[in-house]
Design a protein around this ligand. Structure first.
Ligand SMILES: Cc1cc2nc3c(=O)[nH]c(=O)nc-3n(C[C@H](O)[C@H](O)[C@H](O)COP(=O)(O)OP(=O)(O)OC[C@H]3O[C@@H](n4cnc5c(N)ncnc54)[C@H](O)[C@@H]3O)c2cc1C
Length: 851
């Protein structure tokens, strides 16, 4: 260990070793990994070693594919075998709902360059002879699945890093982390102190403790996890002898189990319902290379199903039973990136599938440390996606829920209950009294829709139009024809003030900064000209700006704002969070309702579209903005929480004569689709440029230079690669959920290769069963004259216009010819004709909202 390093990685599990390798590979010198014991001494040594590419988030799936592609490179560089078995794997569906889920997953794989296939249970049996196929209706086959040697792989990362010049210090615990006023970290270890510019927390099971060294409470929890290893099974030996092949991996959703061949028997793991957290408050430093006491009773319900579905297992003896802990974040995805509020303290924690995700995590984090940007759309893994609401107990409830749902279907209309209600606004009970069906938005309860009765106030889970359909339709129709009231507290809110506020904002935002009393909509770009935010800004009084944005990106955006604030800037940035709550009224009668409660003249002449000002509403001090996401005439009304009940009840009472109704987020989103409005996290993400997103009118290249303006200018001059478009779909009984492939009648290869590479980035090398490289573009992107040319980002039913609507991306060159082409969108395995609509289906001229 030297006196000084550029970066110190704490933790020699698979993740820490991957981060070290990627930093070394990208040319960083003077980097050190410190490990308390031997390498793999946390979760890594007893992992089952399985890997796969499929993930609910296509961006995470992409990084998983990268991880798998890396192992050959590591073996070649280090000479250390990873013990790769690329067997392929099948996910088994036992019900039509699970089959729908697999079809949706398969469709998503089409534009990611994945070569998944829908196959029959009999076809699975040919590759996994232990299966009783009568229990299943179908399966999803993924050739890029398998298992490896966890210890060999971790050492291959470490050896490769060492070859590239990195240092390792083993049997040396980091005891303290202290930062000097100049930002340099003192890393106090059992073997002395070293200094470093950057610290990476890859502490795995002890990540919380390494966080606490700097006052950080990371939202993660370790869960106990079992797998069993059987004795030799004659059917396995027989299969190996006859075919010369190994059994494939199988996931059985019904039994919540995964299984694969291990020696001449099988390994079978469970994500059991009666799951158990391990060391929920603190991980003991004394925990060594140890396993936990197995609990057969806990996993026996899963085993019973397993014995039925894989009959030879019932007779097989259990050779060994493993119970080990590993960590999860509340949503099961890793927590990576620069920790908000700290300088050069990086997180590489909560990686629950280190052998599928470790490479991608190392790549993204090292890019971020070196280039200032992860280089991929990793919002789903960004540590900043959780706010202060993710406390220890909340995390505990959510992690348990997530663990027990690992092999469950996620329905598009599903809300998860654990830890709720967590945060509520003052009108929560008033909304519940009106049969609100609530959702959880970043820890906060918000009304999704209103049911006709208490008994009906629940989501009937489905991939198809469900029990909310008629209620949401009624809400939309009432708003469009009269007036509706909804809560909008689940926006992020910031206040930016100070003498330099305007110029500072103008350097961050693409649009002109609004004059006093006015509002603008503006994207925010990174240096590469990609869209990293989308905001509404109002200048309420001179130099006093309020900004509204996406709630789940609040911490992420605050980190960006703070990172772009210099000492000399006289700017105050306040994240208001739930200290300001909101209501919105919309519809042609909304002005008449609001006018009854305010003393200001809010006629169109006096309070125009895109105006914002302080105004008393029912005597409560509020900020009122003339804007609404429904695209109607409408207002957003912001107030301190203590006034919310009064304002809400007053609006309801003033609206009685106009038949005011409550509407929820689902109606709001239906109405925004009818206006072709994009949303953050779906249409707007850091993989798109502003012209690709069709945000042209918000990009003011002739104002001052702003972050990303050079790249945006280039995009405009060269033309965008992609184009966001809206579709009207001839759907039947299901609308899009997001991530569906878009097909067009274009020649094979013309756009599909482009789209696959654009979406999945640098496509990793894939291997076939003999270890040879597979072509990147697979046959399932093509079907006769039809080829996959894009992907859906979001959609649903437009209840006022009575149309099934979707938004998505296609190549710009294809967009230019869209009048001559035909399009289809695949929903649950069936292709439906889809027509691009340039004009918004509702009020294309915008006269209604301006009126
Ligand atoms: C039973 C079981 C089966 C699993 N099966 C799979 C599977 O099939 N596929 C898969 O991808 N994943 C699997 N996993 C999960 C996998 O093990 C984890 O994703 C992975 O090990 C996480 O690696 P890590 O490097 O983040 O953490 P860890 O492996 O926990 O490593 C953290 C390291 O940091 C060190 N450390 C902590 N604090 C300090 C300190 N202060 N100073 C110095 N060193 C410190 C620890 O000693 C430890 O070695 C399984 C886990 C279990 C328990």
């Amino acid at each position: 260990m030297k006196d000084n390093y550029r970066a110190v990685v704490i933790g020699g599990g698979v993740v820490g070793c991957s981060v070290l390798y990627h930093l070394a590979k990208q040319g960083w010198k003077d980097i050190l990994l410190i490990e308390r014991s031997e390498l793999t001494s946390g979760s890594s040594w007893h992992a089952a070693g399985g890997f796969h590419t499929l993930n609910g988030d296509p961006n995470v799936a992409k990084l998983q594919a990268y991880t798998v592609s890396l192992y050959k490179e590591l073996e070649e560089l280090s000479g250390q075998k990873c013990g790769l078995h690329l067997t392929g794997g099948a996910m088994m569906a036992d019900s039509p709902e699970r089959m729908d889920f697999l079809r949706h997953t398969h469709a998503k794989g089409r534009y990611l360059g994945m070569s998944t296939e829908i196959i029959t249970p009999s076809e699975v049996k040919e590759m996994f002879p232990l299966l009783d196929e009568s229990h299943f209706v179908g399966a999803l086959w993924d050739p890029v699945e398998g298992h490896l040697d966890p210890s060999g792989t971790t050492h291959a990362y470490a050896k490769s890093a060492k070859i590239l010049g990195a240092d390792l210090s083993l049997r040396n615990r980091v005891i303290e982390l202290n930062q000097n006023s100049d930002g340099v970290w003192n890393v106090v270890t059992e073997k002395g102190t070293t200094t470093t510019e950057h610290v990476v927390n890859a502490g795995g099971l002890w990540a919380r403790e390494v966080g606490r060294m700097v006052g950080l409470e990371l939202p993660l929890l370790a869960m106990e996890h079992h797998y069993i290893l059987t004795d030799e099974i004659p059917e396995v030996v027989d299969f190996n002898e006859k075919t010369g092949k190994e059994l494939i991996h199988v996931i059985d959703f019904k039994g919540e189990i995964y299984t694969r061949q291990e020696q001449k028997g099988v390994l079978l793991g469970t994500y059991e319902q009666a799951c158990e957290p391990w060391s929920p408050i603190e991980t003991p430093w004394t925990f060594g290379h140890e396993l936990l006491e197995p609990n057969l009773e806990r996993i026996s319900p899963s085993l019973e199903v397993g014995f039925k579905h894989f009959p030879p297992l019932e007779k097989a003896g259990i050779r060994k039973m493993i119970n080990g802990p590993f960590t999860f974040a509340p949503d099961g995805n890793p927590l990576i990136g620069p920790v908000p509020g700290l300088t050069n303290y990086w997180s590489a924690c909560a990686v629950m599938a280190g052998f599928s995700q470790g490479g991608g995590v190392g790549l993204a984090l090292s890019n971020w440390m070196i280039e200032g940007d992860p280089g991929h759309d990793i919002f789903g893994m960004d540590i900043a996606r959780f706010g202060d609401f993710a406390t220890l107990r909340y995390t505990n409830a959510k992690v348990r829920e997530n663990y027990s749902r690992r092999f469950r279907i996620s329905f598009p209309n599903e809300e998860l209950d654990a830890g709720r209600p967590h945060q509520t606004t003052p009108i929560y009970d008033l909304l519940m009294d009106q049969n609100a069906v609530m959702g959880n938005s970043w820890g906060l309860e918000n009304a999704l829709w209103f049911a006709p009765s208490k008994e009906e106030a629940k989501n009937v889970l489905s991939f198809y139009r469900s029990n909310d359909f008629n209620s949401v339709k009624n809400e939309v129709k009432s708003v469009r024809s009269g007036v509706g009231l909804t809560e909008i507290s689940n926006f992020a809110k910031y206040r930016i003030s100070g003498v330099d506020a305007e110029s500072w904002l103008s350097e961050l935002m693409t649009n002109n900064i609004p004059k006093k009393g006015r509002i603008v909509l503006t994207p925010m770009l990174n240096e590469f000209g990609k869209v990293i935010g989308d905001f509404t800004i109002a200048q309420i009084s001179q130099g006093d700006f309020y900004i509204w944005g996406s709630q789940n990106a609040q911490k992420h955006h605050m980190r960006w704002f703070k990172n772009h604030l210099n000492d000399q800037d006289q700017v105050n940035i306040e994240c208001i969070d739930q200290n300001l709550v909101g209501l919105s009224i919309a519809g042609p009668q909304s002005r008449n309702v609001l006018q009854k409660l305010v003393d200001t003249d809010i006629s169109n002449n006096n309070f125009k579209f895109m105006s914002s000002q302080k105004m008393d509403v029912a005597g409560a001090p509020c900020i009122v903005s003339r804007i609404t996401f429904t695209g109607d005439l409408g207002y957003e009304i912001w107030m301190e929480p203590s006034y919310q009940r009064k304002v809400y009840l007053s609006l309801k009472s003033a609206g009685k004569d106009f038949k005011i109704i409550d509407f929820g987020t689902r109606a709001l989103l239906s109405m925004r689709l009818e206006k072709n409005f994009p949303t953050w996290g779906h249409e707007l993400r850091p993989i798109y440029g502003p012209y690709e997103c069709s945000l042209d009118r918000f990009i003011k290249l002739d104002k001052n230079i702003f972050i990303g303006s050079d790249a945006a200018r280039k995009e405009m001059e060269n033309g965008p690669n992609l184009k966001r478009v809206s579709f009207i779909i001839d759907a039947e009984d299901a609308d899009v959920m997001g991530d569906e492939p878009i097909w067009a009648n274009v020649p094979k290869g013309e756009f599909t290769k482009f789209i696959t590479e654009t979406k999945s980035g640098e496509s990793p090398t894939r291997f076939d069963k003999d270890g040879k490289s597979c072509p990147k573009i697979e046959s399932n992107t093509s079907d006769g004259d039809w080829n996959v040319v894009g992907w859906v980002t979001s959609g649903g039913y437009g209840h006022h216009v009575d149309l099934s609507l979707a938004q998505g991306y296609i190549p710009f060159s294809l967009f230019k010819e869209h009048n001559e082409k035909k399009f289809q969108v695949e929903i649950l395995g069936k292709k439906y004709n889809a027509k691009i609509t340039i004009d918004a289906p509702f009020d294309p001229s915008g006269s209604v909202m301006r009126g």
